[in-house]
Every structure is written in structure tokens, then in C-alpha cells.
Write a protein that binds this ligand. Sequence first.
Ligand code: SF4
Ligand code: SF4
Length: 369
Amino acid sequence: MTSRTPSAKYIDPLDHIWITAAHELGLTVARSPHGYAHTDGKGNLFLAPQEDLDHDDCLAQMILHELCHALVQGEDSFAKPDWGLSNDDRDEVYPDDITREWACLRVQASLLRPYGLRKLLAPTTDFRVFYDALPGRPLDGAEGREAKLSHDGLSLAHHPPYRRVLTDALLATAELHRAVAKASQRSQRGPASSATPLPLLWHSSPAPKLHKSGLPMSDGMHEAPDAATCAGCAFLLAPEKRTASYRCQRTATEDSAGKVVQPGSAACALFEPPLDCQTCAACCRHAFSLVPVRPSDEINWKHPQLVAKSGKDLTVIRDPERRCCAALGERDEHSFGCRIYHDRPRTCRDFTAGTRNCLEARRRVGLDA
Ligand code: SF4
Ligand code: SF4
């Protein structure tokens, strides 16, 4: 018999997607028997060898989970061992680690939700109980420091370099999920694993059906509220002409006005009740940096102290400390209000809730995924 020298190495496709994502963000993934997962602050992420993990542990999920920790820990987390977490339950700062873990799980669930992957890539640690109990909108119910960490982490996920890398990896994961589901249907639930009598993770977390918009009908764990339809969703855009179509703004891009949907259709899992601009104010916060002012805008003579001039350009002054429009009042940490609402510039008047730009603003401040 002639011997053969392998010319390539096989890798699980899902692992490959997430190892590539980590690499694109500057992280090398390696196996190490010293603990479940840790980083050295020098660009290495060490994960336990397969033989030390549980049957449902998945390298892709572990990488995603660690990236969610990095997001919650902030922009300089890659330079700190273990992202800057203490990871020592004898340490007096450990309670803060737990708050950060909760925020990390809220970010993880939020990122997975739009792709119907919330169950497939759920964490497999003791915090799974917390994760499973999170509501349909995973940031709901967070308060104080946990809420701030969650929103800041999700906001960072929508900025470079994370945004493109995570979007690509999550899209590829969702496609693989659907491909495996189709193959399994053909082979009537697929082969049983010889190593364990447990069902395969792919089967216990099936790919959700898709809405006509292409969005998932389930986030993997939750569906839209009973009887909710596109008609009641904040992101349904009514046509300007009676003969034109209703469109879903969650699917709108720079090149497309969004998928055509029927208002009476059952809502997808990303259904959003009507938005309240006075508690949101995302577009006035750090989502967009400058609000242009026209010479004809009333703000020029009614509130001249709020207008900045640079050559011929006029803009509303920013509050650098609060990273928001200087005209924005803050009633409390969850409620905002424009102090010059009736005299606001045309740019603000033209900005409409429920549009693609609104969604973009909400993503940038960590209100949406
Ligand atoms: S996001 Fe809203 S409008 Fe779009 S498909 Fe889902 S329920 Fe319908
Ligand atoms: S328009 Fe959208 S982003 Fe702006 S305050 Fe209203 S809901 Fe928030």
C-alpha cells in the first residue's frame, strides 16, 4: 500500500467561521488545558481542549462569548489579560465580574437574535440559567451598571472593526444552520452520534422559518408576541402613494428601500412595538455626530448659543462630555428630551422614527441589534 501525505487539514466549518472572525479582529485562537477560556492580553485566546469540554460545548460559541466579553470590557480590552476581568471568586471585585458576565450574555443574546441563533449558540456555563431567562428583547430588564455595560457593549458591536466581522460571521452561521437543517430533514433527523445518546445540537436548536421579509420567525427561543402583525411594528414603513407597497425597514439598505411585506402578516421575531422618541433619543446622542443647521432654521435666532459656526457651515453644538447634542435634556438615565423641540432644525424634523436611519441610530447607541 502506498502512503499518502495529507495536503490540507480539515476543520469544522462553524469553527472555521469563528476562528476567522477572531483572526480578523486580531485574535489567535489556541487550545490550552489551563482553564475553560482565557486571554493573555497579547492577542491570544486560549480555549480548553475538546476532550475537556462538555458534549454541547462548541468552539464557535466560545469564541463569540469571549468576543462579547471584549465588547463589554470596552475598546482597550484586547490589551488586558482576560479582557480585564478579575476571574477570581475570592477577589473583592468579583461581584463586578458577575455584573459584566450578565451584560456579556445580554449582548450575546442580542447579537444572535436577528439571525435566529439564540439557542444554537447559547452559552454552556452555569450562567445558562440567566441566559435562558432573558426576555425576547435581551436588554429589557437590565438596570443601572448592568444596563450601561450592555448598551455600551452592543453599541461597540455596531462600530468598526466589530460590525463587519460579526455580521459576516453571524450571517455565515445562519446559512450553515439552514443548510444543516435541510440536510437533516432529508435524512429524517440525521445520524445519531455514536459518542453520546444525546440529540445533536443542530437538531435540538432547529433553524427558524423565515418571514416574507427574510427575517426569522423565531430568534431561536422567542417568537413575536401572539397576534402581533407587521401593521403594529415600528419598522413597517407605509407607502407614500396608495398604489405602492409597505416595506420592512429592518431590511432596508443604502441600495434598497426594504423588503415588501403585507401589514396583516404575522410579525417576525424582531417585531418592535411603536418607538418612544422621548425615551430613546438615539439620533440625538452619540449615533450621529453633527446636526447641520440651515440659515432659515429658527434655532439661529431663538437659541444662538446652541449654534456652532465653521466658515459657512452651521451645526448644533455638541456636548462633548455627554457625547450628545447640547440641546438634549436628560430626565434620568433612561429618559431624554429635546429642550428646543418646537424650534428644532429642519434636519431633526425630517428624521423619522421607524426608518432605516432611526434603526441605525438605535444600533449605534446599543438599543438594537
Ligand atoms: S421587523 Fe417588523 S415590519 Fe419587519 S418583518 Fe418583522 S414584524 Fe414585519
Ligand atoms: S427617531 Fe428613532 S432614533 Fe430618533 S429618538 Fe425617535 S426612535 Fe430614537
